[in-house]
Design a protein around this ligand. Sequence first.
Ligand SMILES: Cc1cc2nc3c(=O)[nH]c(=O)nc-3n(C[C@H](O)[C@H](O)[C@H](O)COP(=O)(O)OP(=O)(O)OC[C@H]3O[C@@H](n4cnc5c(N)ncnc54)[C@H](O)[C@@H]3O)c2cc1C
Length: 395
Amino acid sequence: MISRRVLDAAIVGAGMVGAALALDLARRGFDVALIESRAPASWRAEDEVDLRVVALAASSIALLRRLDVWTAIVSARASAYRRMRVWDALAPGSLGFDAAEEGASALGYIVENKLIQSVLWQAVERHGDIALHCPARVGASELDAGGAARTLTFEDGLQLRARLVVGADGAESALRGLLGIETRDRDYAQRGIVAHVAHERAHEATAWQRFLPDATLAFLPLVDGRSSIVWSVANDESERLLALDDEAFRAELGAAFDFRLGAVTATTKRAAFPLRLRLAERYIGPCFALVGDAAHVVHPLAGQGVNLGFRDAVELADVLDDARERKADFASAQALRRYERRRRSDNAISAQAFDAIQRGFGSDNTALAALRGAGLALVDRVTPLKRFFARRAAG
Ligand SMILES: Cc1cc2nc3c(=O)[nH]c(=O)nc-3n(C[C@H](O)[C@H](O)[C@H](O)COP(=O)(O)OP(=O)(O)OC[C@H]3O[C@@H](n4cnc5c(N)ncnc54)[C@H](O)[C@@H]3O)c2cc1C
């Protein structure tokens, strides 16, 4: 069945980025549909902290505040981090950022993905004017004969027409494939092991990152005093670490972290995610745009994936709004090009910087290690350089 109504935007994927974009556009008065294959699991305070967490930067928090969902998130369960400490196993230099030096109360917050998704989902449902299709999967996307709209056909035969279709359907984006958009990929042959761990010493509301030969290890502070770890290691090493019993895993983790927070005294179950770099060759097509992980997947060492995605959502909504204000066609190639120009280079610079750090630090070459140590120490001492990195890290 095809609807004769032509929506302003149909967003495919209600992950953190797609749901935020749908809400933002609807609140700006656009006529929006949101299509999701499965409803997000609901978040409950009595449940154990979910293993998937993200470090939200200031720019993401500003968006969530503007969408009136931040209070619900921060009052449910979120942990402010006020400091960052970065150091290298093979070199003496270290780098520290402090919120106080930036005149801020926090550099960012550690929040469960599931909590952000479920608060956004509830806000979408409450909004009332967003046409929510779930569970639904898109099977085809065709440009109308006049080129002014796109028709989406769901796997159950339902059809929707929209001036703009947005692919927010994550790293394996089916929409990107339907539009024939290629990606540039690098398989890091690594997996990110995640778990929540308790340790002897207090985490001091600090996000810690240690670079080791062939690995990076982050400890992110949780509100209950534990830390959420992301330990990025080669595939075969991840298998070995996942197979260890809890006691042996805790011992290896403590040593890999140089016992900075004392011994690791308890751990939850562990999970592991494959790590890769994936950059879409273009972000737009006729009446089409990509946002979030559908457009770019980056190494988690800088904790920036969803922060970049939220910035895509803000930029796209601003560009569409601006075109409409000027009484121009908001889904025109010109408007969409403006979005692509602004976001693609920023995302590529970030992705390549994380890639270079991953490769530069993930090496046990002693000359490189000395350079890294000197680099960290230099950045730490030179205020403008440090400010630059602090701003980039905090978004
Ligand atoms: C170990 C690890 C640690 C990380 N840490 C951080 C961090 O600290 N900070 C940070 O910013 N980022 C971090 N990230 C990255 C972050 O998790 C992702 O960037 C983010 O989840 C991407 O959000 P998204 O909304 O773009 O995509 P997704 O979360 O993948 O959402 C896509 C949505 O689309 C739906 N969907 C898929 N296909 C279809 C379809 N055909 N039809 C309808 N719906 C569909 C899915 O069900 C899903 O709901 C980390 C990643 C990893 C692996």
